[in-house]
Design a protein around this ligand. Structure first.
Ligand SMILES: CC(C)(COP(=O)(O)OP(=O)(O)OC[C@H]1O[C@@H](n2cnc3c(N)ncnc32)[C@H](O)[C@@H]1OP(=O)(O)O)[C@@H](O)C(=O)NCCC(=O)NCCS
Length: 184
């Protein structure tokens, strides 16, 4: 599916463009925003590569990755990055991730972003299961996925290698019938 456009009351999901590199860098280059993510803060060059790869993957057939800009509708500013990636090992399933610029935290945009991504997965892509993995210390992510109705399923031990150490991940997931129940 290309291009993706989905809206919520205050936000929209749209495809990335090469002009978005600095706005994505404000998230992926931020020590605060990446504290609990699987990687260290990215450089501008790394973010340029991520955005370029995301743009290329958007028109692949079949499309297996949806790396998207989260935009504030009022200002048209990119304030977040959301990603849904088809799970190659499971039928009609995807993993997802999301991150917002720190100055946009705390006003409910995280919950709106998660709902946008779940809506894309279940309504547009016809998925059966969407799941996300968070750091055990990432309280904000746990609360945001729980607030969206996702269920905490358990722990993947030694899932992520970061800063020279293995870290566990906690899995949160939603199934299609659960989405139908919460999005009514
Ligand atoms: C996770 C993130 C998207 C949350 O965004 P946000 O816009 O601040 O979240 P919201 O305002 O929608 O809040 C959603 C819920 O999380 C809670 N929450 C948000 N930040 C929190 C924090 N730092 N500590 C505890 N709870 C927090 C809110 O109180 C709310 O819970 P409630 O519905 O029970 O009141 C944001 O903190 C972020 O981008 N973090 C860095 C990247 C990241 O960790 N992504 C997740 C990867 S798994």
């Amino acid at each position: 599916m290309y291009p993706v456009t989905r809206t919520s009351p205050r936000l929209a999901l749209r495809e990335l463009g090469i002009q978005d590199v600095d706005a994505v860098l404000a998230i992926y280059g931020s020590p605060e925003a990446t504290e609990h993510l699987s990687f260290e803060p990215r450089t501008r060059e790394q973010v340029g590569d991520i955005v370029a790869r995301s743009i290329a993957s958007a028109t692949a057939e079949p499309r297996s990755e949806y790396a998207l800009a989260v935009v504030e509708r009022d200002t048209n500013e990119l304030i977040g990055f959301g990603r849904l990636a088809m799970d190659p090992h499971q039928q009609r399933a995807a993993t997802f991730g999301f991150a917002l610029r720190p100055d946009a935290w705390g006003v409910g945009y995280g919950l709106e972003t998660v709902r946008l991504l779940l809506g894309l997965g279940f309504e547009d892509l016809g998925l059966h299961r969407v799941w996300g993995a968070r750091s055990p210390l990432n309280e904000a992510s746990a609360k945001t996925m729980t607030a969206a109705g996702m269920v905490e399923e358990g722990t993947i031990r030694g899932h992520i290698r970061k800063a020279g150490r293995w870290r566990d991940s906690v899995v949160h997931a939603m199934l299609e019938d659960e989405w139908r129940a919460v999005s009514r």
